[in-house]
Design a protein around this ligand. Structure first.
Ligand code: ADP
Ligand code: MG
Length: 296
């Protein structure tokens, strides 16, 4: 017997206990810039998600699109103002953000999933009033001064998720694809961080797991080695001692909120590795960092 064929059968069998674990369970996946950087990666992602659907898992996608928004603002010559390194989303910028996220990027992902044989439906947080939010009040600490609230314009934070529409789509066999745009109680439109939306959606759907695709192989320790498993207490220590910094801080906070809200596991994986989703979910070793409420 050909060794390769034997190996393939072993790999398939190794997945069985994981497939059983996830059967009929919901997995919320945050799909971001890095994992969308080329055509091959996009196709691999679409195939992985479609495979999940066909083996009886319910995948839900929440996507970002920062680089695509930046490119469109450049093309349209819309200048951006920044405060403390953060883009201010004024009215003109918000129009572009919504056009790019809920239009271009959302429909590209839907199209790619459909081409892979999945049946996808794209929505923004406005559809079915799925994402309710309010304007984000970001307090910035200044040395020797009282914290200052900075106004980032149309940047929101989630106040509630209504999962009715998402559940309906899943029940009918569709893969929901969600753009992180929401409205406040006055109908104002806001852009919301996609990690945050994914986490809130995972809690609202009582998902089995939250998977965040990013540009590193997981959470790294002081020696830059990947941490394979960590619990909430461990995360707090990593933030306090400065091991986790920058963009990784809000990301791990989203994971903490998800597992504290009843999601069994949050996973941070490298979106730049083809098929990273399947490797993390369906192999013994996993390839990223899993975050649990309490380590056994
Ligand atoms: P995304 O676009 O996926 O949200 P971010 O750039 O916001 O990614 O956050 C991921 C980044 O966080 C990594 O590329 C890395 O530079 C930074 N980072 C800070 N501390 C850590 C850590 N301990 N482990 C891994 N990445 C970290
Ligand atoms: Mg980020």
């Amino acid at each position: 017997m050909d060794k390769d064929v034997l190996l393939k059968s072993e790999v398939l069998l190794e997945a069985l206990p994981y497939i059983r674990q996830f059967y009929k369970k919901t997995i919320v996946i945050k799909y971001g810039g890095h994992a969308m950087k080329d055509e091959a990666l996009k196709q691999a992602f679409a195939k992985c998600v479609t495979l999940l659907r066909y083996i009886g898992v319910n995948p839900v996608i929440v996507h970002g699109g920062g680089p695509q928004i930046g490119r469109m603002l450049d093309q349209l010559n819309i200048p951006s103002a920044f405060r403390d390194g953060l883009r201010i989303t004024d009215d003109a910028t918000m129009n572009v953000v919504e056009m790019v996220l809920a239009g271009q990027v959302n429909k590209q992902i839907v199209n790619q999933l459909n081409l892979a044989g999945g049946r996808a439906v794209g929505i923004s947080g406005k559809d079915g009033e799925t994402i309710r939010c309010r304007k984000l009040e970001l307090a910035v600490d200044r040395e020797n001064l009282a914290p200052e609230i900075i106004d980032l314009g149309h940047v929101g934070e989630v106040t509630g998720i209504d999962p009715t529409l998402i559940r309906g789509l899943m029940r009918d066999g569709f893969i929901p694809v969600i753009a992180p745009v929401g409205v406040d109680e006055n109908g104002e439109t806001y852009n919301i961080n996609a990690d945050t939306v994914a986490s809130a959606v995972a809690v609202a759907l009582e998902a089995r797991s939250l998977v965040l695709l990013t540009d590193v192989c997981g959470i790294l320790d002081k020696k830059k080695d990947r941490i394979s498993s960590v619990d909430v207490k461990g995360i707090m220590t990593l933030i306090e001692d400065g091991t986790v910094s920058g963009g990784m801080i809000p990301k791990v906070q989203c994971c903490v909120e998800a597992v504290s809200g009843g999601v069994q596991k949050a996973q941070i994986i490298d979106g730049g590795v083809p098929n990273s989703l399947l490797l993390e979910l369906f192999t013994e070793q996993g390839i990223g960092t899993e975050i649990l409420l309490d380590l056994p």
